[in-house]
Design a binder for this molecule. Structure first.
Ligand SMILES: Nc1ncnc2c1ncn2[C@@H]1O[C@H](COP(=O)(O)OP(=O)(O)OP(=O)(O)O)[C@@H](O)[C@H]1O
Ligand SMILES: [Mg+2]
Length: 755
């Protein structure tokens, strides 16, 4: 069947109208990404040279899948020539070719989040500021949002609104940090992630001929997930498309979830004024999810005021209701969901990869990991500590980075004394002082001690000299040897491989294997080239820096349960989806309760979560969980109540702890689900459904006759005095402990003794 025949009339229209500005605005699962993919195939079929097509996606993996699909329609020889990827990876490659035009070395380093934070920390220290007030993550956020709005450090300082904001929040000197950070990155020949977009804007501004070149190269520009572009990205698209105006954007305002990173929903709304002569296509049929899921999602998003009206429907089956599960603790939540996955696999013959567990914050993954491991269910985490963030990998990559760009300050610091060569912290500090004094990089001070005198003694200078000589010897081969040969040579000569080989502990062996896996990856990269070309190590470095977790998925990861934040799940789909941790102050996040705009963004996030599900969606919450080291009691999320109850099925809570899986299975079969029918809209699920069974601990708590003012003893905090009690009989107490201060305790768990 011809691929065009698999499209509905609205989709077909959107694919075939290839000229001029086009916007496809449509709900989740309505085929936006599919339209974008087929549109590219259609363009090629109409004779447009793939070299003239640029497609920007949310992950590199999405780009890869798109390319594969197009290859299967048009043929891989042609599809190879398409330019596809994330904004960051596409523009990083462009910058590689033109970095000199904006004063950067061609082999500039890309600083990852850790590098940026480490540099910010150094600067905060150097400026003698309080690190608790000027937290690196906070400063990074401020700088990031400035860059995404194309505000340089100088512009930042002279912008009274921004400076006032900082002043009011008690951090008046952010602008100084930004200035120093900008200078240091430049000196180190480094760009952070935001720079990749920001500096491309600078390049296009300062080098009209470069802009002209790319405007004519990319006659067709296509953007997926347009609702989440920030100003910097928006402007890049606008500039590139300015001549031919063949720009096609697809998105859904209801799924805009990155405003904390500067994404601006206005970009969608402004499209019409930016391109008065445009076509808009609306897609309304959802092909992904059951009727129940589509309708439930519609009922939630209807609560948002700011939205473009859409009528999303599906002709798929009605499907089963959305289950709501309540557990007492986060550990139980993990167990319950792992059990459900286990059972569904058995009962419905599902694969591991059919399941996704979606949460609001990364820290929530722990209880699910534990429970899945116990049931031998393989899983993969997106956005955890990814392969490339591991210490041993960062160390060896530090060598590669310094070889490619010796000015790289963070790489220099990381490896100058690894493996140990007697260059301690005080030496590095002296180098930093000298480098700041002379306004040069650490490398220059280390490499030219005559030119930049330091207080270092001759023994230390010798050691530094050996280090510098070694890195220089690697650099000679940068464009003489292919990536793998050089990478392997460095791994051996630097002593890193030997260092890990010597460590026979299980962790040491794992680290050695990780390095071998990295080298194997570089080998694959090296051999994967078109005829007559060589892939060099510096090319590999661009790839590595921009890999997202989704991109580094290996074959053996294919059939695993997916665990990820909702943010990372954008654009994806799974037959069975669990949205977990649906508790007030967690989801919606506590930070989002200050304004309607923030709450609406959380609601959109919830909408994104539900709409990832094809067949089955389950929601869960725990009435208590450990957060920041304390046991916190929680109410169920308002979002559960916002779903029209006719689509929900609320199960009676039960305890999974301490039971074998078989017993749990039995219990599952016999328990009767009760349908959720709130008496009044304001009542919370927790109140409707108090746990019918009392736990052992609960019994003990009930027997205690507690009153405010009693002296009590706690296992961990010692002696204390009750200052407040909640509930009849009391279920929660606030106790003042001279050693630990005020603590809120759940009496079920706290095991207090009256003194
Ligand atoms: N006309 C169609 N016929 C059959 N299946 C379709 C059709 N259009 C889309 N699909 C399928 O529906 C699912 C959702 O499509 P797609 O991912 O393109 O939607 P989307 O609008 O991009 O979703 P999201 O908003 O989540 O990014 C995919 O599995 C896709 O293959
Ligand atoms: Mg999509």
């Amino acid at each position: 069947m011809n691929y065009l025949e698999t499209l509905n009339p609205a989709q077909l229209d959107a694919v075939k109208n290839i000229d001029g500005p086009t916007m496809v605005i449509a709900g989740a699962g309505s085929g936006k990404t599919r339209v974008l993919t087929f549109r590219i195939a259609y363009l090629m079929e109409k004779g447009i040279d793939p070299f003239n097509i640029l497609s920007l996606t949310f992950t590199n993996k999405a780009a890869k899948e798109m390319k594969e699909r197009i290859s299967s329609i048009i043929g891989s020889t042609e599809a190879k020539n398409l330019t596809m990827g994330t904004f960051h990876s596409v523009f990083a490659r462009i910058l590689r070719h033109h970095a000199d035009k904006i004063g950067y070395p061609q082999n500039f380093t890309i600083y990852d989040t850790q590098d940026s934070r480490s540099l910010l920390k150094t600067i905060v220290k150097e400026l003698k500021l309080d690190e608790k007030v000027y937290k690196p993550s906070m400063v990074q956020g401020r700088i990031s949002s400035a860059k995404n709005n194309l505000i340089s450090a100088v512009a930042y300082e002279s912008n009274s609104d921004i400076v006032n904001e900082d002043r009011q929040s008690g951090r008046p000197r952010v602008f100084e940090i930004y200035k120093a950070y900008e200078k240091r990155c430049k000196l180190a020949g480094a760009m952070d992630f935001d720079d990749l977009l920001y500096k491309t804007n600078v390049l296009f501004r300062d080098s009209p001929e470069t802009l002209h070149f790319y405007q004519h190269r990319f006659k067709y520009v296509l953007v997926d997930e347009y609702q989440d572009t920030n100003y910097s990205q928006y402007l890049l698209v606008k500039k590139l498309a300015a001549v031919f105006q063949n720009v096609c954007v697809v998105g859904d305002d209801a799924q805009s979830i990155y405003s904390f990173r500067g994404a601006n929903i206005q970009n969608i709304l402004n499209f019409k004024t930016d391109y008065p002569d445009h076509n808009v296509f609306k897609l309304e049929q959802n092909y992904r999810s059951s009727q129940t899921i589509v309708n439930a999602a519609n009922s939630v998003i209807a609560k948002n005021k700011d939205q473009i009206q859409k009528n999303v429907w599906t002709s798929n089956d009605v499907g089963s209701k959305i289950k709501v599960l309540r557990t007492l603790t986060d550990n139980e939540e993990g167990k319950l969901i792992a059990n459900q996955i286990f059972e569904t696999k058995q009962n419905e013959g599902a694969e591991n990869s059919d399941f996704a567990i979606l949460y609001r914050t990364n820290a929530q993954s722990r209880s699910f990991e534990e429970a899945l491991r116990k049931l031998n269910l393989p899983y993969k985490i997106y956005g955890g500590l990814s392969f490339y963030q591991r210490k041993e990998i960062k160390d060896i990559i530090g060598y590669y980075r310094l070889t490619a760009n010796p000015q790289d300050e963070e790489a220099f610091k990381r490896i100058v004394n690894y493996p140990k060569r007697g260059i301690g912290n005080s030496t590095v500090e002296k180098l930093v002082v000298a480098a700041n004094h002379y306004g040069v990089s650490l490398w220059e001070v280390a490499a030219e001690p005559q030119k930049y005198p330091t207080e270092l003694n001759s023994g230390t200078r010798n050691k530094l000299n050996q280090f510098v000589t070694q890195i220089k010897s690697f650099a000679v081969d940068l464009e003489r040897k292919d990536a793998y040969t050089l990478a392997q040579h460095i791994a051996v000569t630097s002593g890193i491989l030997k260092d890990h080989y010597a460590d026979k502990s299980p962790e040491g062996v794992a680290r050695y294997e990780n390095i071998q896996a990295l080298l194997a990856g570089i080998k694959e990269f090296t051999t994967n080239v078109s005829d007559g070309e060589t892939n060099f190590l510096s090319d590999f470095m661009v790839d590595v820096a921009l890999l997202t977790d989704a991109d580094s998925e290996k074959d053996e990861d294919k059939n695993k349960v997916s665990l990820m934040t909702i943010h990372a799940s954008k654009g994806l789909e799974f037959p069975y989806v669990f949205v977990v941790g649906l508790e007030e102050n967690l989801f919606p996040s506590q930070m989002a309760l200050n304004s309607r705009t923030e709450l609406e963004e959380e609601r959109r996030l919830f909408y994104v979560a539900i709409t990832r599900a094809e067949k089955n969606c389950t929601l869960s919450f725990a009435t208590s969980r450990y957060r920041w080291g304390n046991l916190i009691t929680s109410e169920s999320s308002r979002f559960i109540e916002e779903i029209n109850p006719e689509f929900l099925e609320v199960s009676t809570p039960y305890r999974s702890g301490g039971r074998s899986l078989n017993q749990t299975n039995l219990e599952n079969k016999t328990r009767t689900p009760t349908t959720y029918a709130p008496n009044g809209p304001k009542r919370r699920l927790t109140k409707l459904q108090d746990a019918p069974k009392k736990s052992k601990d609960g019994d003990t708590a009930d027997k205690l006759d507690l009153k405010v003012g009693y002296n009590v003893m706690h296992e961990r905090f010692g002696k204390g005095k009750i200052v407040a009690l909640e509930g009849t009989p009391p279920s929660k107490a606030t106790v003042f402990f001279p050693k630990a201060g005020n603590k809120q305790l759940l009496l079920k768990f706290a095991k207090l003794e009256v003194l």
